[in-house]
Design a protein around this ligand. Structure first.
Ligand SMILES: Cc1cc2nc3c(=O)[nH]c(=O)nc-3n(C[C@H](O)[C@H](O)[C@H](O)COP(=O)(O)O)c2cc1C
Length: 329
């Protein structure tokens, strides 16, 4: 399928998630079957100031493309300048965050605060589109506390948005309540550009259901992919009418090892421990003995010890390889 001028292998996309969607997460999602991945939101003012922690968020790994880099900001001029920079950083498309409910993002007027000012939202979209040689899109919510998409979306499209992602909740809802899939269906019925549906897709079955019930062009999966990149493979299998392959603990252990190597390469061992521990917690969900494993792994700061716990938890006794002397040291 075609979206944002890109040829995608499937309609299932990995959502932008601050603190989660780093290159290792995105690569794992791509390997499991996500057709396209989004970066964490990147601050336009931070990018313009060349802040190291902002620049770090723009890094990517070769295998993860197609990659959409998401910007947030409140000022049209700054957003335009940031868009021009992003175009040099290897992303395939550029998205504008108009949905983040976090106070520190809203306070200066960015993220979901833009839903309260559709005029400025459109000015930002126009500035980004005019300064970008990449396709541009917007990720919105329904509105501050009711559905304002009929007012907002035509302005964004006129300003140059080539796709709209709708997280079908209001700002007031935060991440609670239920996403309103009927609102996605309504938007699809008249929106002149492709609509990407988002909200509450927690299984392969739900991903296909959203496609079928709303008619959206693609489905974006967020929390459902945290610690479960295989959700994309399950969605693909369901779409093909096939039974998905079960995910075994050994597959999780293998994915953790891959994660660890990627995370080490990106940020060194300290970063890798923090990052991989988070994934261990997620991957342990639903497995017998998970709470005891979490209690032991949670405070552990030593990579070798953490890895030993991980082997014992995820592998069957016969799968445990004798440790090499240099590893045991
Ligand atoms: C930890 C976390 C971080 C998020 N960060 C971003 C972000 O940087 N940019 C964005 O547009 N949405 C962000 N979101 C929202 C998700 O992209 C998505 O819209 C939302 O979680 C609803 O989809 P889901 O039900 O599949 O999780 C974040 C969500 C979570 C849970």
């Amino acid at each position: 399928m075609q979206l944002l001028g890109l040829t995608l292998q499937s309609p299932f996309l990995a959502a932008p998630m601050a603190g989660v969607s780093n290159p290792a997460f995105r690569l794992m999602a791509r390997r499991a079957g996500a057709a396209m991945v989004y970066s964490e939101m990147v601050s336009a003012p931070g990018l313009l100031r060349g802040q190291p922690q902002t620049l770090r968020l723009t890094r990517s790994l070769p295998g993860e493309k197609p990659l959409v880099l998401q910007l947030f900001g409140a000022d049209p001029e700054q957003m335009g300048q940031a868009a021009a920079i992003v175009c040099t950083l290897g992303a395939d498309a550029l998205d504008v965050n108009m949905g983040c409910p976090a106070k520190k993002v809203r306070r200066p007027g960015a993220g979901s605060a833009l839903l309260e000012d559709p005029q400025r939202a459109a000015e930002i979209m126009a500035a980004v589109a005019q300064n970008s040689r990449l396709p541009v899109s917007a990720k919105i919510r329904l509105g501050p506390n009711s559905d304002i998409t009929e007012d907002l979306v035509p302005r964004l499209v006129k300003a140059g948005a080539q796709a709209i992602t709708l997280h079908a909740r209001t700002t007031r809802q935060g991440f609670g309540g239920r996403a309103d899939w009927d609102a996605i269906k309504r938007l699809v019925s008249w929106c002149p550009v492709p609509v990407i549906g988002n909200g509450d897709v927690t299984s392969g079955r739900a991903a296909v259901k959203m496609l079928q019930e709303t008619g959206c062009a693609a489905v974006m999966i967020g929390r459902g992919a945290m610690g479960d990149p295989w959700i994309f493979a399950r969605a693909l299998a369901r779409l093909a009418g096939e039974e998905p392959q079960p995910v075994t603990p050994a597959m999780k252990r293998k994915a953790l090892a891959e994660h660890l190597e990627l995370a080490k390469g990106l940020g060194g061992e300290g970063h890798a421990i923090h990052f991989v521990r988070q994934f261990m917690m997620w991957y342990s969900r639903g497995l017998p003995g998970a709470s005891q494993f979490r209690r032991q792994a949670g405070p552990c700061r030593d990579l070798d010890q953490l890895w030993e716990l991980c082997d014992r938890f995820f592998l069957e006794p016969e799968e445990l390889l004798p440790r090499q002397p240099e590893q045991a040291a």
